[in-house]
Design a protein around this ligand. Sequence first.
Ligand SMILES: [Zn+2]
Length: 438
Amino acid sequence: MERGDLDAFVDERIHYTVTYANEHSPFYRKWFREHNINVADIRAHEDLRELPIISGQTIRAHQPPETAEFEFKSVAWNEVFTLHETSGTSGTPKAFFLTWEDWQRYAEKYARIFTSQGLGSGDRVVVCASYGMNVGANTMTLAAQKMGMTIIPEGKCTFPIRIVKSYKPTGLVGSVFKLLHLAHRMTAENLPPPESSVERLVVGGESFADESRTYLAELWGCDVYNMYGSTEGTMCGECTDQTGLHVPEDLVHLDVYDPMLANFVSDGECGRIVLTTLLPVDGKCGTLLLNYDTEDTTVVITRDKCPCGRTHMKIMNPQREAETFWVAETPFNRVDVERGVFQRDNMEYLTGEYEAFLYGGDDEGETTMRVSVECRDPSECGQNVVKENFLKAFFQYKPRLAEAYVENTFKIIFNFVGSGDLELYRVKGRPKRIADRR
Ligand SMILES: [Zn+2]
């Protein structure tokens, strides 16, 4: 669809979705009434700025035990097909309800992403993302049905190498670190990844540095495509052009706001991702969200037609705001630390596994960052090479931080450890790569 038609199509869906919210969502019905919002006036995406921006906190405050009902649930129970919990970093998990229609739309988004990455009929894909409460793995599996693709639903990346030898999968879906581990296991079992049947990798789950993707691609000898998905239904994916992630604009509305969440930022500027469910006219959904603050940041790269032929806008790999840290009045993200670790020459010595801790100093305004990296061989870690490469990459776009480092108000200490000796291995759940202990 051309840009003008697409924008008009999106506005029509926004209008319908807001009308649906007024009729079916207890939270929005009440909010519209209390704030004298006439839903008939919300006709275009700019009008969404009249509506509140909500967050995970808002959802938690409007579900049991805080309220009697799940106030974001917008269908009757007999239409809820599955319910999911998304664990936040704190408090009660958020409840998220999906109808069968929602499943179909989520699957449609994944089917488009996989297709845009060159996957299709006859491909066999191992899904290493976990099933269960994670809606991604399940709906990816449903996407395969639409494409004539075979899914091997392992759920983890710790499956026996026999799976690769016997079923000859052509693709793998997993996180950067899971796929790095798998590559090392395959090499140890005399099946170097480039000699395997695998033709492409699809990575998602968390943001990563370009350097770690490049290294993964080298290790596997194939293309690595990026994907961003969330329970709320974002699902953006890189196409074969690899110049950003396409947003399925007809199925989810994505705005980028300034840090105060007051207004949209211009394309090309970094801001917060704020999502709005988009329903097709006459559609229904289990959980309806208008202006949902994902607490992730991105940049809209372009709304022009992509060389792949698609007209959907493209965004940069989103980063988590919760993984952004401030030192010397300068922000840096976990991804910046990861970039320092994954410098190509470092990878002769390192496994890629890392963790960092931030500590306050004796004097006010002093910060120390301790970076621990796992070495392939603790007796030969290339300490000087690794340090030098790390610092050069880490400070490249952060002159104020570099200045603080020279002035010694920001210290970086390196810690080279052997296999399995990082602290994160002793903590259950998603590894925390940077801990702020100031
Ligand atoms: Zn494209």
